[in-house]
Design a protein around this ligand. Sequence first.
Ligand code: SF4
Length: 463
Amino acid sequence: MALAVFSSSTVSSSSFFSRHGSSTGPKASHIDCFRNLDVTNLTQRRTLVKPINAEPQRKDSIVPLAATIVAPEVTEKEKEDEDFDELARSLENASPLEIMDKALEKFGTDIGIAFSGAEDVALIEYAHLTGRPYRVFSLDTGRLNPETYRLFDAVEKHYGIHIEYMFPDSIEVQALVRTKGLFSFYEDGHQECCRVRKVRPLRRALKGLRAWITGQRKDQSPGTRSEVPVVQVDPAFEGMDGGVGSLVKWNPVANVKGNDIWNFLRTMNVPVNSLHSQGYVSIGCEPCTRPVLPGQHEREGRWWWEDAKAKECGLHKGNIKQEDAENLDGNKNGVDDANGTATVADIFNTKNVVNLSRTGIENLAKLENRQEPWLVVLYAPWCRFCQAMDESYVDLADKLAGSGVKVGKFRADGEQKEFAKSELELGSFPTILFFPKHSSHPIKYPSEKRDVDSLMAFVNAFR
Ligand code: SF4
């Protein structure tokens, strides 16, 4: 009997069936994701797995649990030299349920599902459907929406599980907030706060595991998630054995489209975050998440004041390729001489864009009463985002020629970077500043939209 091994749940087999409206098992024919799964074989295989009591007591944290729990008797033990690239290729066309089943089968209680309180609740449903024991952990940053906490509670009751919450270090939070206030991420980027409230608690959780399961999908972020494999050696974090390669990361819904996730959640009557019905798609912390409009990409609702490529909170920073990560940090790229001078061709080349020297922009920043307002881009020619706006910025400069607004550029990488960061609000490249006529304080362009119309609307608002 397949459901005899639902040991991680207090939900009985009869209640499971009644909730899903079937007396014979999940309605595989209704769900495309089940297409490749032989449920009968899965049931037979499950009987080979000795049920374990993987469900932690609420007082336990994920760290002591992972350290003290008796290892599950599984039919297939993890091999240290397993080729996960090859495994990812072999599972590339597998359904999320098959991938989830494989992950739980291989790692038993040494694997945890990372649940954020959004549509990744689908992972819990998939785990539940495998009939295997499973563990779920969540990062409670202290800044989540009330609706997310309510979903956590609803999920615990629905599946009869206890989510293993991970909290940030109170001393670190205290230091951050006392030093920089409650909303420092709007001023100097979200990385520091995310590091304290998310990344370090996650790191602690993962040190008690050998593998984790995430809800990352390729379609979530064209910038950072387009190449997410269904399984990989985690490129950023360590597992309980320590060292590079000690943690495996499973992404069972990597190839599933957002719409299909939602069809699945609706079909299975899975509890969902009520914020979704208010226009929220991707859900994180309350101050850093907002609803998106129809047609907007879901990641535009996260850290909207920052560059698209920076929109990883650090939980999946391995998604950012080294080259991009260096760009985000403002480090040199395409640089091959001792002075840090890039060999790539310069950009924003038109007679209507004034090339400002260090002295030129220092003078511009000092002026209290300028004859003309200025729009200036702080850039690095090797930066892909700067390159991407080359055409629109040149067009804008040509359109503004003779209008009374001067357009300039200041190359702010290399030895100019520290100056630009401290004096010109350089965050990441490109940073666009408007120097109004009667103020010494520049106004920073706040959007990621760098088409001519958006830039022109910005200029028109202030000139
Ligand atoms: Fe802090 Fe925002 Fe990151 Fe949450 S998402 S940890 S509030 S910066």
